[in-house]
Design a protein. Structure first.
Length: 374
């Protein structure tokens, strides 16, 4: 019998052997798939599904949002109920400082780059009024990444110069979100300064800190080279090639240095609401001389990482970072894509005052005679 089976097997053609093997493999795959589907179904049943958010909060009263210019942030929300929040934003086109002896015609929300910071509470009904100044040269609108609805409000808010648009939305998802103009050509409107941030505080609020700051990174694409004096024009080709002339914090080179440096004291806890307007580049946000105790990655409402040195922030995205201040001196804010920091403008500073503690850090000896270590 074994000889007969061997002879029969040897008479099979290569095609018949391949077909038999394929059918056997198919049968095994089918049985494995069926078993796997059973396991996947069981696993799916055991997982909680992503909730469909519903407007369930009762709206009590109304208030007008207090909007402040960067790097300041409106005070934390203390109420424990949802309300109607009226947000008044005006688009203003104006010539502003981009760097020393360099000017640029910015398109702004609220006359600032970045635009004024909006702070609401989860569940609030937001009534947004967008005005476009009469002397504007373009129609404008607003797309808020915090909006659940088509276009983030962009279509409903298209506004001609001298006119006003109004729309409402419920702040369903807590977190830190970018807003920007989405009028065609969208990249041009964003590259000219049309962006800002909106915080939707979770119902329970954020942990208490001593200081909060609003910092936003963005790019400018100018016809002239970096530092070239005078009023600069927008260069679309540089934008398409993703080769910015300037990469800055809060709208200009040096906006957070010198007399404009952020201020803190030893022993305080600091929170930075950080955004990346792009329109092209990812940011590698780092504070030289500090470590982030908490990072709310991508602007979410929960601290997902701790003890972080540098955090990635995508274009059109955000992050919330928190840290304690233990040592006096100057903390340096940078995009750690380091040529941008030292050659294109992403440099900022937090000046920390207070009593020194050499146990935290102390310079023992420097390699340069006469130079004091810090």
């Amino acid at each position: 019998m074994p000889t007969i089976r061997l002879q029969n097997a040897t008479r099979r053609t290569p095609l018949r052997i391949a077909t038999t093997a394929l059918l056997a493999a198919g049968a095994l795959l089918a049985s494995a798939t069926i078993a796997g589907c059973g396991r996947n179904a069981s696993a799916a049943e055991s997982r909680s599904e992503v909730p469909i958010r519903k407007v369930t909060d009762e709206i009590r009263g109304e208030e007008v949002a207090k909007l402040v210019a960067p790097p300041a942030v409106p005070a934390p929300i203390t109420r424990d109920y949802a309300t109607k929040v009226i947000v008044n934003l005006e688009v203003v086109e104006k010539t502003m400082r981009l760097a020393d002896s360099v000017e640029y015609t910015m398109w702004t929300f609220g006359g600032q780059v970045p635009g004024t910071f909006i702070r609401v509470r989860e569940g609030d009904l937001v009534e947004l009024h967008l005005k476009n100044a009469a002397n504007s040269t373009m129609p404008h609108n607003i797309d808020l990444h915090a909006v659940t609805g088509p276009g983030g409000g962009a279509k409903s808010s298209l506004t001609l110069p001298g006119h006003e648009s109004v729309f409402t939305f419920t702040a369903l998802n807590p977190g830190l979100y970018v807003y920007h103009c989405a009028t065609s050509p969208v990249p041009m409107h964003m590259a000219n300064g049309m962006y800002g941030m909106i915080l939707v505080e979770p119902k329970g609020g954020l942990p208490k800190v001593d200081r909060e700051f609003y910092v936003m990174q963005s790019e400018f694409y100018t016809k002239g080279k970096y530092g070239e004096h005078g009023l600069q024009a927008f260069d679309m080709d540089k934008g398409i090639d993703e080769k910015p002339t300037y990469v800055v914090f809060n709208g200009a080179v040096g906006a957070l240095t010198g007399d404009h440096a952020l201020q803190a004291n030893v022993g305080e806890r600091v929170r930075i609401f950080f955004g990346d307007a792009g329109p092209n580049l990812v940011s590698s946000f780092h504070v030289i001389g500090e470590i982030f105790d908490n990072v709310y990655q991508e602007g979410g409402s929960v601290a997902t990482q701790h003890n972080v040195g540098t955090t990635l922030v995508p274009a059109g995205g955000s992050a919330i970072v928190e840290f304690g201040v233990e040592k006096p001196g100057d903390l340096i804010l940078v995009d750690h894509a380091i040529f941008r920091a030292f050659n294109k403008g992403t440099l900022g500073m937090i000046h920390v005052s207070g009593e020194d503690n050499p146990k935290v850090f102390a310079s023992v000896k420097t390699g340069v005679p006469g130079m004091k270590g810090e």
